[in-house]
Structures are given as structure tokens and as C-alpha cells.
Design a protein around this ligand. Sequence first.
Ligand SMILES: [Mg+2]
Length: 414
Amino acid sequence: MKIDRIELFHLAFPLEKPFYPAWIPGYPQTVNRFTLARMTTDEGVQGLAAGAAFSSERAGLGDLLGPYLIGLDPCDIETGRQRIREASYLGWRNYWLEAAFWDIKGKVEGKPLWQMLGGDSDRLSAQQRLPVYASTGEIHPPEQRAEEVLALGEQGFDTVKLRVHDFDAEEDIRLVRTVAEAVNGRLQIGVDANQGWRVALIDDAPLWGLDRAAYFADACADLGVAWLEEPLDMHAWDDLAELRRRSRVPVAGGELNDGWHEFRVMLEKGCFDIYQPDATFGGGISDAKRVQCACAAQGLHFAPHTWSNGFSMVVNLHVHASGAMDHPLEYPIEPPGWTPKFRDALLTEPVLADENGTVAIPTAPGLGIEIDENQLKRHGEKFFDLSSKGLAIKTIREKGLFTALRLARKKRRR
Ligand SMILES: [Mg+2]
């Protein structure tokens, strides 16, 4: 079986109300944008993948991808990963595409992704759902945030993550203390400092060093915080390891780190207690799985980042379900701007938490995602469509018939 056609779409879903991400101070997000890839094999099996986008920055991606991916066996994940990596030498990283390969492979084998990744079928069939934590995304005044956290507790969540992003450490601590006192031990609180990939695009953003992180970690420990996330730059590995040695609260992070070659060193240095690679960003599904296995072997925790769109939620849900699930999974929610309905707007079935703070583990083959074709028509714009026939014509035009035939022969032999 071969990949015969690649289609790429820009997707843009306007949010009902602007969302103000804590990690980009001053920036009102009004649209959830991503690139959708649909790969179709010569047997008609389709695989889907989506990557978060700022705008239409991937407009030229198809011209780069076509020659790398058309003609590949989609069930040969290793070669697919190698080609995605090769394309990144000329473009930017595109590990989000790996999901489409697994989607096809799962449909061919009749297995959900978590099962292909080694998830325990007996346990998951019996369990059917897995626990999530409510991941808030904005900075709100402490008293307001305390009320919102209590409301999330009433909705069924037993763990909620806060954001802190103030220049004054005491303000950050006041926020956490106000919430901790309000919940009084009835809920677990995680705190994300979003220092891993600090963005100061609109307003200036605080920049933490080891001392600020250690001071804040101390306060978190005194307030019973369950974990402190991204307290330092994602590449400040020595400082992260030092912070973890000093900290009485578990340290988490890694959401945008670039795959196994980075995580291997971070594990050796002892950067985190909880590793959070996002399988749709750096390293893809296979590297996230590798980090998960290493965490299990070393007695560490694993809980992937999921914040961006419904695909990230579902792909990381599969990866999470294939492992120990010894930490709840991130469930982005910050109404009225960021809601599951908008996060998952392209999916026919959004991932929804129930009254026990759990989500369903997908059972359909592959990713188990059905996209809503009406939503795709309404909010999507196809900007690339290439089949193997189209690629052959393009190659003949650019390189001449003789060379095109020689290249095709070589490709067939691989
Ligand atoms: Mg985070």
C-alpha cells in the first residue's frame, strides 16, 4: 500500500469570545487555527493529522512534502518519520504529520492507536475512561480564579492547573495561596509558569531564573501544590535539574522539547519528575512513547501536553492511554474563550469530560477521529492537493522524461 494523495487545508475556527493565553501576555486569541493533512492511499484508506498554526505560514508546505511522502508505505512508520525529518532540514519541524501514518496503520490493522502503542487492552476495555485535569489558560484575579476552580470541582474535576505570569513573585504566590485556601485540600492544584518557551510578542513577559523558580517552588510546596510546570527555559537543563534537587514540589515540563534526542539528555540530567512531551509537536508519537517508556523504567511520571486543537487532545490521549496513566491527562478549558466545543470543532465527536472528571478512551481503529465535513467546508481552505500522478507530471516537467523515469524506477526499487 502506498500514499497516493496528500491534501492540506488551513483551518480557522473563530472563538465565541477572545481567549487571552497566559503564555502570550497581551495577545487576544480570536481564532483557533491549524493545518489539516489528509493522506489517501492507493487502496482508499485515509489518514488524518493536524498541526497548530499561527496563520497560513504553511502555505508552501505541500510543495516540500509531496516528493518526500507520496509513494511511501504509510504502515512503515519508521521510514515515514525519517522522511518527515528529512523535510524538516529545509522547512520546519512537522512531527504532527506522524499521526496520519498511525491513523492509516490502525485502520488497516483494525486497532486503535493506544493498542498499537502497547496499551493494556484488558485494562482499557474494562476501564473505558481515563482521568483528566482541568487546565486553565488565562490569568484571572485570585478571588475570581478561586471561584472558578471551585466551580470546576463541582463539574467533576479533582485536579485543576493554574497559570502564573506576573513580574512580581509575591503576586504569583498570592494567586496560588488564594486558590489553595479556597479549595482547602478538596482539589489538587498544579501550577504552570509557562517559562519553557517564553513569548514576549505583545507585552513584555516575566523571565525566571533559578532563584525565582526555587523561591516560587518553596511557596508551592508550603501551599500543597501537586506540581510546578515549566519553571525555566526548556533548554536550561542544568538549572532544571538543580531546581528539581532543591524543590519539595514535583517539577514538570517538556511540552515543546524536540524529541528523543533532547529528552534522553534531560532524563540523564534529571530535569523533571513529570515529563509532558506533546506528540503533535517535537518528536511525534514515537518519541513521546519512548519518553513514556523511559519514565516507567525510571519511576517517573508521564502526562503529555494536549493544548492546541482536538487532534492534539486525541493523539495525546491515545499515547497517555497506552502507558501507566499514573497522572491525570491535561484537559484544556477556559470558558468563554476556550471551550471543548471550539477546541474540537472539526471533530464530529468532541472529547468531553464527564461528571467524574474522566474522558472516554477511543475504541475505533487508528485515531478514531471522524471529521465534520460541513465544518471543514465552512472553516477550511484547501491549499494543496497532489496525487502520485500529479507528482509524476510535475517531475517530468521539471526534470525531463528520461530523468523522471529513472527516478521513478529507483523509487520503485526501494
Ligand atoms: Mg504547560
